[in-house]
Write a protein that binds this ligand. Structure first.
Ligand code: FES
Ligand SMILES: [Fe+2]
Length: 411
């Protein structure tokens, strides 16, 4: 890859080509539970400093952090039913970027009519607040299955990671790493410390396959001792273009959502949905809980004692922006090549004036968008679920004891 291709693929700040493609998609700006009515918080998305707040009526809004008057931070503003008031001279702005009041101007001033503040559409779904930073008209917020299913439990894990979004996404089309990173290498390290070594993660990949479909790329694998009849190949699971991975099994579906904060920082969400076995009632959830996934130890070093921290260790140690001019790709990297090719191809589509892959504008097609995902993962659904939960980020969730109990430890 040339330095120019590397720059084109990875940079997402304002005015960049990849930034223009990724801004066509709704991305989570926060979890709903993090934002009480009347509260504001700073968020950074695609290299832009923003303020997310919930007005007095409960509506979320996302505006540029700097006041259009003289640039003070709106993060310290006061919020009412209509919008947010800047702490410096009291200008009041609404969630559409209109200026409602300029109290320091002379009576009868029409200055406010000429003010346009930076504001972006936001919508809530399934316990997340989504934002759209692309050009109008905004497409529909896709109602993917996990966001809309009823009768399930949900939680949201998150971690702010000091690396570029692309190397994290590339991991989603890299099946072989599961066998090595999670299976052999760190499995042995765990065993040496007396911790349970992954039983199912270490199986050898006999065949991997990648197919384009209407929402991205389906990833398939045949594991040693299995066949193309297994769900791992027959169904597979998708990279939902461009910033999500869908994984799980029948009892747990998960999106891993990678939100570019800036070129060298990514907010990683683990959005999980738990289905209980037939006949087990699901308790009502008043709010989707949010938890931090602790990927560093007390000394600030990478933890490698659970699956997700192992992934994070590899993403972060690839560097702030992995240098693709120095890499050596092999046949096993076919999925990565396909994903990069799709990013460049979709970027050109947008530059030609078209909608890129996966954009939804027809409400009739947006009631629930069901995505493919294995029921029986790794040929051993129940055992795999338990292993994945024991060895993964789920145990840091406040729902962990409840989910474990609901699934009866033998789903
Ligand atoms: S800087 Fe915000 S009102 Fe003056
Ligand atoms: Fe992994």
């Amino acid at each position: 890859m040339t330095p120019l291709e590397q720059e084109t693929l990875t940079r997402i700040g304002p005015g960049t080509r990849m930034g223009a493609l990724l801004r066509r998609y709704w991305v989570p700006a926060a979890a709903s539970g993090e934002l009480a009515a009347g509260e504001a918080r700073r968020v950074r998305l695609f290299g832009e400093d923003l303020v997310l707040y919930r007005d007095g009526t409960g509506r979320p809004a996302l505006v540029g952090e700097r006041c259009p008057h003289r640039g003070a931070s709106l993060a310290h503003g006061t919020i009412d039913d209509e919008g947010i008031r800047c702490p410096y001279h009291g200008w009041k702005l609404d969630g559409q970027g209109r200026c409602l009041e300029t109290p320091t101007e002379p009576a009868g001033s029409r200055l406010r009519e000429h003010v346009r503040a930076c504001a972006y559409p936001v919508e809530e779904l399934g316990g997340l607040v989504f934002a759209y930073l692309g050009p109008a008209p905004a497409p529909l917020l896709p109602r993917y299955d996990l966001f809309v299913w009823s009768g399930v439990l949900r939680d949201v894990g998150r971690a702010l990671l000091p690396c570029n979004w692309l190397q994290i996404m590339e991991n989603s089309v890299d099946p072989h790493h599961v066998e090595w990173l999670h299976g052999h290498h760190l499995g042995q390290a765990r065993a040496a410390r007396g911790l349970p070594a992954p039983r199912l993660y270490g199986r050898r990949h006999v065949e991997v396959g990648f197919d384009r479909f209407e929402h991205g790329i389906i990833k398939r694998r045949v594991l040693e001792g299995g066949s193309r009849e297994d769900d791992d190949w027959r169904v597979g699971h998708p990279l939902v273009f461009p910033l999500m991975l869908r994984v799980g099994s029948h009892h747990r579906g998960r999106f891993q959502i990678r939100v570019p904060v800036d070129d060298t920082t990514t907010m990683h969400y683990w959005y999980s949905v738990y289905r209980t076995p037939e006949g087990v009632a699901v308790p009502e959830q008043s709010e989707v809980p949010v938890y931090d996934v602790p990927w560093r130890d007390d000394r600030g070093e990478h933890r490698v004692d659970f699956i997700d921290a192992q992934d994070i260790m590899t993403w972060v140690t690839q560097g702030p922006i992995a240098d693709r001019t120095a890499e050596t790709l092999g046949d096993s990297d076919r999925g990565i090549v396909l994903y990069r090719r799709m990013l460049l191809e979709q970027l050109r589509l947008v530059e030609g004036g078209d909608d890129p892959l996966g954009i939804v504008r027809d409400p009739a097609r947006n009631e629930t968008i069901e995505l493919p995902q294995e029921r029986e993962k790794y040929g051993d659904g129940a055992a795999f679920l338990l292993e994945a939960m024991e060895l993964g980020h789920a145990r840091f969730s406040p729902l962990w004891p409840q989910v474990r109990q609901l699934l009866g430890d033998s789903p």
